[in-house]
Design a protein around this ligand. Structure first.
Ligand code: HEM
Length: 113
Protein backbone atom coordinates (compact mmCIF):
# COMPACT_ATOMS: atom_id res chain seq x y z
CA UNK A 1 0.00 0.00 0.00
CA UNK A 2 1.47 3.39 -0.97
CA UNK A 3 1.95 5.52 2.14
CA UNK A 4 3.65 8.65 0.90
CA UNK A 5 3.61 10.00 -2.63
CA UNK A 6 6.47 12.51 -2.58
CA UNK A 7 8.22 14.42 -5.37
CA UNK A 8 10.96 11.80 -4.98
CA UNK A 9 8.65 8.88 -5.68
CA UNK A 10 6.25 6.64 -3.83
CA UNK A 11 7.13 4.99 -0.55
CA UNK A 12 5.28 1.72 0.04
CA UNK A 13 4.53 0.47 3.51
CA UNK A 14 5.87 -2.95 4.32
CA UNK A 15 3.92 -5.94 5.58
CA UNK A 16 3.80 -5.78 9.39
CA UNK A 17 1.64 -8.84 9.89
CA UNK A 18 3.44 -11.76 11.62
CA UNK A 19 3.98 -13.58 8.31
CA UNK A 20 7.34 -15.36 8.48
CA UNK A 21 7.84 -15.09 4.73
CA UNK A 22 6.50 -11.63 3.85
CA UNK A 23 6.07 -9.78 7.14
CA UNK A 24 7.71 -9.28 10.51
CA UNK A 25 7.16 -12.80 11.83
CA UNK A 26 10.91 -13.30 12.23
CA UNK A 27 11.38 -10.09 14.23
CA UNK A 28 12.61 -10.45 17.80
CA UNK A 29 11.17 -8.02 20.33
CA UNK A 30 14.48 -6.11 20.24
CA UNK A 31 14.32 -5.74 16.45
CA UNK A 32 10.69 -4.62 16.74
CA UNK A 33 11.69 -2.05 19.37
CA UNK A 34 14.52 -0.74 17.19
CA UNK A 35 12.20 -0.35 14.19
CA UNK A 36 9.65 1.53 16.27
CA UNK A 37 11.93 3.74 18.33
CA UNK A 38 15.04 4.13 16.17
CA UNK A 39 13.85 3.55 12.61
CA UNK A 40 16.17 0.58 12.15
CA UNK A 41 14.78 -2.41 10.26
CA UNK A 42 15.33 -6.02 11.26
CA UNK A 43 18.14 -6.38 8.69
CA UNK A 44 19.91 -3.36 10.21
CA UNK A 45 19.08 -0.96 7.38
CA UNK A 46 17.52 2.42 7.96
CA UNK A 47 13.76 2.89 7.54
CA UNK A 48 12.43 5.87 5.63
CA UNK A 49 10.83 8.46 7.89
CA UNK A 50 7.48 7.73 6.19
CA UNK A 51 7.44 5.23 9.07
CA UNK A 52 6.93 7.76 11.90
CA UNK A 53 9.59 6.38 14.25
CA UNK A 54 10.42 9.83 15.66
CA UNK A 55 6.85 9.88 17.01
CA UNK A 56 7.43 6.49 18.67
CA UNK A 57 10.90 7.21 20.09
CA UNK A 58 9.60 7.74 23.62
CA UNK A 59 7.56 4.53 23.84
CA UNK A 60 8.44 2.68 27.03
CA UNK A 61 9.67 -0.91 27.07
CA UNK A 62 6.23 -1.88 28.42
CA UNK A 63 4.50 -0.12 25.50
CA UNK A 64 6.76 -1.92 23.03
CA UNK A 65 6.20 -5.29 24.74
CA UNK A 66 2.41 -4.81 24.55
CA UNK A 67 2.56 -3.79 20.88
CA UNK A 68 4.86 -6.71 20.07
CA UNK A 69 2.49 -9.16 21.77
CA UNK A 70 -0.42 -7.72 19.81
CA UNK A 71 1.32 -7.69 16.42
CA UNK A 72 2.69 -11.21 16.87
CA UNK A 73 -0.41 -12.87 18.36
CA UNK A 74 -3.41 -10.61 17.68
CA UNK A 75 -2.86 -10.02 13.97
CA UNK A 76 -3.45 -12.64 11.28
CA UNK A 77 -0.36 -13.31 9.14
CA UNK A 78 -0.73 -12.31 5.48
CA UNK A 79 1.83 -13.93 3.20
CA UNK A 80 1.82 -11.21 0.57
CA UNK A 81 4.96 -9.32 -0.38
CA UNK A 82 4.08 -5.64 -0.89
CA UNK A 83 5.49 -3.59 -3.74
CA UNK A 84 9.06 -2.45 -3.10
CA UNK A 85 9.95 1.21 -2.65
CA UNK A 86 12.41 2.36 -5.32
CA UNK A 87 13.44 5.98 -4.80
CA UNK A 88 16.03 7.68 -7.02
CA UNK A 89 19.63 8.28 -5.92
CA UNK A 90 20.66 9.28 -3.25
CA UNK A 91 17.45 8.39 -1.43
CA UNK A 92 17.70 4.77 -2.58
CA UNK A 93 20.70 4.54 -0.24
CA UNK A 94 19.00 3.83 3.02
CA UNK A 95 22.00 4.81 5.09
CA UNK A 96 21.51 8.37 3.77
CA UNK A 97 18.55 8.50 6.17
CA UNK A 98 21.11 8.59 8.99
CA UNK A 99 21.81 12.19 7.91
CA UNK A 100 18.10 12.94 8.29
CA UNK A 101 18.18 11.53 11.80
CA UNK A 102 20.98 13.93 12.66
CA UNK A 103 18.80 16.98 11.86
CA UNK A 104 18.07 18.91 15.05
CA UNK A 105 14.31 18.36 14.55
CA UNK A 106 14.82 14.59 14.82
CA UNK A 107 16.59 14.69 18.17
CA UNK A 108 14.16 12.23 19.71
CA UNK A 109 15.91 9.50 17.71
CA UNK A 110 19.26 8.29 19.10
CA UNK A 111 21.01 9.18 15.84
CA UNK A 112 24.10 7.29 14.69
CA UNK A 113 25.92 10.44 13.51
C1 HEM B 1 2.10 0.85 16.15
C2 HEM B 1 2.17 1.19 14.86
C3 HEM B 1 3.26 0.73 13.93
C4 HEM B 1 4.11 -0.33 14.01
C5 HEM B 1 4.20 -1.41 15.10
C6 HEM B 1 4.96 -0.28 12.85
C7 HEM B 1 5.98 -1.18 12.59
C8 HEM B 1 6.78 -1.15 11.47
C9 HEM B 1 7.88 -2.04 11.23
C10 HEM B 1 8.37 -3.14 12.20
C11 HEM B 1 8.40 -1.73 10.02
C12 HEM B 1 9.59 -2.41 9.32
C13 HEM B 1 9.10 -3.65 8.64
C14 HEM B 1 10.14 -4.23 7.69
O1 HEM B 1 10.16 -3.80 6.54
O2 HEM B 1 10.92 -5.11 8.06
C15 HEM B 1 7.62 -0.63 9.49
C16 HEM B 1 7.82 -0.03 8.26
C17 HEM B 1 7.07 1.00 7.76
N1 HEM B 1 6.06 1.66 8.39
FE1 HEM B 1 5.40 1.30 10.25
N2 HEM B 1 4.59 0.79 12.06
C18 HEM B 1 3.57 1.44 12.69
C19 HEM B 1 2.93 2.57 12.25
C20 HEM B 1 3.14 3.20 11.04
C21 HEM B 1 2.43 4.37 10.57
C22 HEM B 1 1.38 5.14 11.39
C23 HEM B 1 2.89 4.61 9.32
C24 HEM B 1 2.53 5.71 8.36
C25 HEM B 1 1.38 6.40 8.40
C26 HEM B 1 3.88 3.62 9.01
C27 HEM B 1 4.57 3.52 7.82
C28 HEM B 1 5.56 2.63 7.55
C29 HEM B 1 6.30 2.60 6.29
C30 HEM B 1 6.08 3.49 5.06
C31 HEM B 1 7.25 1.57 6.42
C32 HEM B 1 8.30 1.17 5.39
C33 HEM B 1 9.42 2.19 5.44
C34 HEM B 1 10.62 1.79 4.58
O3 HEM B 1 10.46 1.06 3.60
O4 HEM B 1 11.73 2.23 4.90
N3 HEM B 1 4.03 2.79 10.08
N4 HEM B 1 6.65 -0.30 10.38
Amino acid sequence: MPIAASPLGTIFSTNITPSKTAGIGQYSEQQFADALRKGVRGDGSQLYPAMPYTAYAKLTDEDVAALYAYFMHGVQPVDVQPEKTALPFPFNLRFSMAAWNCCPRQQTVPARC
